[in-house]
Design a protein around this ligand. Structure first.
Ligand code: NAG
Ligand code: NAG
Ligand code: NAG
Ligand code: NAG
Ligand code: NAG
Ligand code: NAG
Ligand code: NAG
Ligand code: NAG
Ligand code: NAG
Length: 782
């Protein structure tokens, strides 16, 4: 009995093992393909030491109706398909097999198509086998009758895609006409061949990058073992380590580096062992021949890609024919050449194709969550004479920022001779002088090894990271003067004694970097006595730092809501502050050409200089409203309790009236010296003011510290304006232009305010908190 059972178990085990053996892919961990033993989709060839794998794969999962299968070789330690057999002939529906038939033909066969990789001449049957070598080369060998290798019939190294591995060639064979060259992918999301290639130019015997046939970069002559345009650093010499060979029929460069590789990315950027080498900043790289921009564009537009932002355009742009197989670089060029084109991006899901928009035909709606396509923008080049203060169309600052970032990236590998460097600096200075019309910008980069700055006007500011470290005593706690929405603010002192305020973005805060960009971009373009002035910025590795003029008296809230300092704010000063804030807002809303909404106006964002002049600060939340549009909606609501208008909190409607509302609250706070939301009254300040107003006792609202020292008419007028600005309906609120005229012209008849909804301070909070969509920058006025 026991015996029978154990026999059965044994039998079962044996059968099971046999089954396992049968179901196991036959070629697993094998490197060689034999005649008559097809490589199926579930199988793979692995090179002897496991470095490379040849297999069928599917791009981007099978969600699309039309599945595509490819055969490729992946490098296992940097997970990239270094070779593709059928990049432009994907197999549909079923993955197919790779097979060597009895005649010796190497081919990919599926139910619908056959693609021949190597075919033997007619009627000359061959004994062959194909092996994946440790070099990443897939080689078809002809065998002698004794099974030894006779010769190489075909090898994947002869048909490069976008990657050069050690041992691969770039060149040509005059006799056979065969060429070895790289062709980029059309985009990172697709495998189709794209528009850049790297090849040996027979005329000059140089390596050249072509973009749709036109040369955009050349390596320079091959002299004494290296390329002229590439011999400046040991890094380059290692990465572009080739040997040259030429006889009557063959001319080629063979990649000699043992460990490296070169990948040419979709934008024509050569990625040498992970270090990008690119022509997108033609000042850095020798041998670039970027096309001339048309007159309507600037040289700086030639940095591809120009700045981008995630989101959508409100209307459809012009979409080029899909069959043109356009890449994003082609799209950039189409847009560059069409002077009315302002924005461009790819048109299809796989990041190919091209859609462009002309100026003023469509508005950009930024996506805060990073969904949508990146939209690339060109800067407006129209320069109006006579207008001294040139305000830049959205993007100037960001464009330059991107430029700097790409510069830093490229620079790490390139140390040019000192003389060359000086010349380049001059060129760069020109780019910066454009922005410098408004601002002194200084940028320190590359860990202080290379730092450069640009000035206009009389002051020079040098902001190396090390300078900032010294100025703030290593960001010491004692120098910290506040905490902004996305990072601490420090006080610093430059070696020349000038005091500065330094806003340091908290590291690794993704959200913060959006706001950094936002703030830098906006504030560079905005210049007004009632806006805080940016002196410069510093980008270094993860550090993002903004440098401002220092405001001796810090922020309004510290004065206004403090029992002792409040006494210093007499009515004259308060009135000056109210007018200053109003002037700053009018500038933002009406005169700055960009229609800027601050969105986070509050007492703590009003800074006071040593004469107690107010300056609006903190543009991290600011938005640009396009001119054609008065109102927008957002689902990311940012702001501060008590200062946000009802329609904004409830439904995310954005218009200039949300700043007007905040201004109204601020105005009432300044008059009363009380916070809008505080425990001192059951209603909020607005409700309280309204109650006093209808009882005809508005003057009771006034800060007791003012001791009746102020002209009643002016105060009443301010309260009146404050109530108008905080009306429930946006349409009932005045514009900032009207506010200015109300303030400056005491004879203007003011409309009567309507009753504001009488929220208690508590219920406002609850309402905000119950809405999940609301994100608040700060929980209360700091
Ligand atoms: C090639 O092989 C096929 C099939 O094995 C055979 O029918 C044919 O005669 C062979 N041809 C030559 C030239 O050997
Ligand atoms: C080529 O290199 C060798 C050794 O590096 C050097 O001696 C020789 O002068 C170089 N020739 C030229 C033309 O630069
Ligand atoms: C590269 O080296 C050659 C000679 O060695 C020299 O003439 C050329 O100026 C160098 N090029 C660069 C970019 O440094
Ligand atoms: C090029 O590669 C070979 C082989 O790896 C190496 O011996 C040589 O030093 C390399 N040359 C440079 C300039 O790095
Ligand atoms: C050129 O060199 C290749 C490789 O060494 C050789 O096979 C070929 O015969 C040569 N051609 C001529 C015309 O010398
Ligand atoms: C991949 O492995 C090879 C051999 O170990 C090594 O030479 C090469 O540097 C590795 N590549 C990367 C990107 O790690
Ligand atoms: C360069 O290649 C490395 C390794 O394959 C990759 O991580 C990096 O993203 C590439 N960079 C660019 C600019 O393509
Ligand atoms: C676009 O690409 C497809 C597939 O690669 C090709 O068949 C077609 O000829 C290309 N069209 C143009 C205009 O290059
Ligand atoms: C420029 O692009 C617009 C579409 O945005 C198009 O209507 C116009 O014809 C183009 N102009 C030229 C000269 O191609």
């Amino acid at each position: 009995m026991v015996l029978t059972l154990s026999k059965r178990v044994l039998c079962f085990i044996v059968t099971f093992t046999c089954l396992l053996q049968l179901t196991k892919p036959s070629n697993l961990r094998e490197d060689t393909l034999l005649q008559g033993h097809p490589l199926a989709a579930t199988n793979r060839l692995i090179s002897p030491s496991g470095l490379y794998t040849l297999r069928f794969f599917q791009l981007d999962g099978g969600s699309e109706a039309n599945t595509k299968f490819y055969l490729g070789i992946s490098a296992n330690n940097f997970s990239y398909y270094v070779w593709l057999a059928n990049r432009d002939n994907p197999i549909h529906d079923d993955p197919g097999v790779l097979t060597i038939d009895e005649y010796g033909n190497l081919k990919i066969v599926s139910s619908t198509t056959t693609m021949i990789l190597y075919s033997v001449e007619a009627e000359s049957n061959k004994s062959v086998r194909a092996s994946l070598l440790d070099t990443g080369n897939f080689v078809l060998h002809e065998l002698n009758s004794d099974g030894s290798v006779k010769r190489v019939l075909w090898q994947s190294f002869d048909y490069p895609t976008d990657t050069i591995l050690p041992g691969m060639k770039l060149g040509y064979d005059k006799h056979s006409g065969h060429k070895w060259s790289l062709t980029t992918r059309r985009s990172y999301r697709t495998l189709w061949s794209g528009s850049f290639s790297l090849s040996l130019d027979p005329k000059t015997n140089q390596l050249v990058t072509r973009w749709r046939g036109a040369i955009v970069w050349s390596s320079g002559e091959w002299r004494n073992g290296s390329f002229c345009n590439l011999n400046s650093s040991s890094h380059e010499r290692e990465n572009f380590n080739f040997t040259f060979f030429s006889n009557e029929s063959l001319t080629y460069f063979e990649y000699a580096s043992v460990s490296g590789f070169l990948i040419m990315g979709p934008l024509g950027i050569i990625n040498a062992s992970g270090v990008p080498y690119s022509c997108t900043d033609s000042e850095i790289v020798s041998g670039c021949a970027m096309p001339q921009p048309p007159k309507c564009r600037k040289d700086s537009d030639l940095y591809l890609p120009s700045w981008n932002s995630f989101g959508a355009m409100s209307r459809k742009g012009y979409i080029f024919d899909e069959r043109e197989n356009l890449t994003i670089s082609d799209c950039w060029m189409r847009c560059l050449k069409n002077c009315s084109c302002e924005a461009y991006t790819y048109a299809f899901k796989d990041a190919t194709g091209c859609e462009i928009w002309s100026r003023h035909t469509s508005d950009f709606v930024e996506s805060n969550s990073g969904v949508g396509r990146p939209i690339f923008f060109f800067l407006s080049q129209t320069k109006t004479k006579g207008k001294k203060r040139r305000i830049w169309i959205e993007g100037a600052a960001v464009g330059v920022l991107l430029l700097i970032v790409s510069f830093i990236a490229s620079f790490i590998m390139l140390w040019r001779k000192q003389k060359e460097r000086v010349e380049k600096r001059k060129k760069r200075a020109n780019i910066f002088s454009d922005i410098g019309e408004n601002t002194e910008i200084s940028v320190a980069c590359d860990e202080g090894r290379e730092q450069w700055n640009e000035k206009t006007g009389n002051d020079t500011h040098k902001f190396e990271f090390i300078t900032i470290l010294e100025a703030t005593d290593n960001f010491s706690f004692t120098n910290k003067i506040g905490e902004g929405g996305f990072g601490p603010v420090y006080k610093g002192k430059l070696p020349n004694g000038q005091e500065i305020a330094i806003k340091r973005l908290s590291k690794s805060s993704g959200q913060g970097s959006v706001e950094f960009r936002n703030e830098a971009m906006l504030i560079v373009k905005l210049q007004h006595t009632n806006l805080v002035r940016l002196l410069g910025f510093c980008i270094e590795r993860e550090e993002r730092i903004l440098v401002y003029e220092y405001m001796a008296n810090k922020s309004l809230n510290l004065y206004l809501f403090d029992a002792t300092t409040r006494t210093e704010l007499d009515w004259k000063i308060r009135y000056k502050i109210i007018q200053g804030i109003a002037q700053g807002l009018v500038y933002l809303h009406h005169y700055s050409r960009l229609k800027v909404l601050h969105r986070d106006l509050k007492a703590s964002n009003i800074l006071l200089d040593n004469e107690l002049n107010p300056k609006i600060s903190d543009f991290g939340m600011a938005r640009i409203l396009t001119w054609t549009r008065v109102e927008e909606k957002t689902n990311r609501i940012v702001g501060t309790y008590g200062y946000m208008s009802p329609e904004y909190v409830m439904s995310g409607v954005i218009s200039s009236k949300i700043d007007v509302y905040s201004f109204g609250v601020l105005l009432l706070e300044i008059v009363s010296g009380k916070k809008n939301i505080s425990d001192s009254f059951s209603l909020n300040l607005i409700g309280y003011a309204w109650q006093l107003w209808i009882q005809g006792e508005a003057l009771k609202l006034i800060d007791t510290m003012l001791n009746g020292s102020c002209p009643d008419i002016q105060v009443i007028r301010c309260i009146h304006i404050g109530l108008l600005c905080t009306q429930d309906k946006a349409n009932d609120r005045p514009t900032m232009l009207e506010v200015i005229s109300f303030l400056s012209n005491e004879n203007t008849q003011l409309p009567s305010p309507l009753q504001p909804p009488l929220y208690t301070s508590k219920s406002v909070k609850e309402e905000c908190c119950s809405n999940n969509e609301i994100t608040l920058s700060m929980t209360s006025g700091k």
